[in-house]
Design a binder for this molecule. Structure first.
Ligand SMILES: Nc1ncnc2c1ncn2[C@@H]1O[C@H](COP(=O)(O)OP(=O)(O)OP(=O)(O)O)[C@@H](O)[C@H]1O
Length: 303
């Protein structure tokens, strides 16, 4: 469990994180989203004690990170996959990290196997691809078998198989009751991986809700309609709150009326319909709507 209360981080005149409070709960994957420079990395660094809050506090399992006697057992973090001593082998890197917590070779072998690094464990990290570096970072985060895992852009640089692996891995860890907090710029992947989302915009929280609620709340339902009477139907649907796009001959994309309403209207006028398909909104659309609003609001506030 991660709890932030009134967290503020200023760098000189720049406020990177502006009074945010949130809770990241165990047993689910919580995604951390926001445009570049929104303050995600700064927040993650404060959680693991790499940056000091200017105001407020953040705790992991009830205590600030630094107050834990054996922090690797509480929180595993992947913050910068490149921050590894490149002359060492992956095995030796993990062994050296583990030594600070009395974690021995058998656990090192376990995390190597868990992250699919067996074939490269004896190779120098300097020669690793970005994807291998990410896997090594995740292996390091898992060393202490922590109940909370923080992953900053864990799928960055991974191939499709690696992306799928991370998704299944973190979902499995959450199902074991762990707290998983991860950031990503890949919306489609986030929609498949996370249960809950916290969205930051310019250092402030602009959404903190289940993924399904964010998708439903940020976009209006759209319906694809195929009919030999599409022009007549478009005229009948015309209303201030309804948008109708004619994408191709005989096809309408309607926003602002549910599929049932369109079907009823067509039936009342005896118009045949060949297809009536509710189009599911994407997280990307909802995210763009959310963050665009935040930017507009901020612009107005500054004037
Ligand atoms: N050490 C620092 N000194 C000065 N400003 C900083 C420092 N670290 C971050 N910032 C600024 O704080 C703001 C938030 O940065 P941060 O890296 O946390 O954003 P982010 O959401 O992680 O962005 P990205 O998606 O690009 O990684 C940015 O405007 C950044 O320039």
């Amino acid at each position: 469990m991660i709890t932030a209360e009134g967290l503020v981080k200023r760098y000189g005149a720049k406020t990177a994180v502006n009074d945010i409070s949130f809770t990241v709960r165990p047993g689910q994957v919580t995604g951390f989203l926001g445009p570049n420079g929104a303050g995600k990395s700064t927040t993650m660094r404060m959680i693991v004690g790499l940056d000091r809050p200017s105001e407020g506090r953040v705790t992991v399992n009830g205590k600030p990170y630094a107050a834990h006697r054996a922090p690797l057992h509480e929180v595993g973090a992947l913050l910068d996959a490149k921050a590894v001593h490149t002359g060492r082998t992956a095995y030796n890197h993990l062994l050296a990290m583990g030594a600070t917590h009395g974690i021995g070779a058998s656990r090192v072998r376990e995390v190597i196997e868990m992250t699919g690094l067996e074939s490269v464990a004896r190779k120098r990290v300097g020669g690793f691809s970005l994807g291998m570096g990410q896997r090594l970072g995740i292996a390091a985060a898992m060393l202490g078998d922590p109940s909370t895992l923080i992953l900053d852009e864990p799928v960055n640089g991974l191939d499709p198989e690696g992306v799928l692996w991370v998704r299944q891995f973190v979902r499995h860890l959450a199902s074991e009751g762990r707290t998983i907090f991860l950031s990503s710029h890949l919306m489609s992947e986030m929609a498949l991986t996370a249960d809950h989302l916290i969205v930051l915009g310019r250092g402030e929280i602009i959404a903190d809700a289940p993924v399904a609620d964010i998708i439903a709340g940020g976009t209006r339902p759209r319906v694809l309609v195929r009919s030999p009477h599409s022009s007549q139907l478009a005229d009948l649907l015309a209303a201030p709150e309804v948008a109708v796009i004619r994408s191709e001959a005989g096809v309408l994309e309607v926003t602002g009326v549910a599929a049932s309403g369109i079907g009823d209207l067509a039936a009342q006028h005896g118009l045949a319909i060949h297809e009536l398909t509710p189009l599911s909104a994407s997280l990307e659309e909802a995210y763009m709507a959310l963050t665009a609003d935040a930017v507009e609001y901020r612009t107005e506030a500054v004037r």
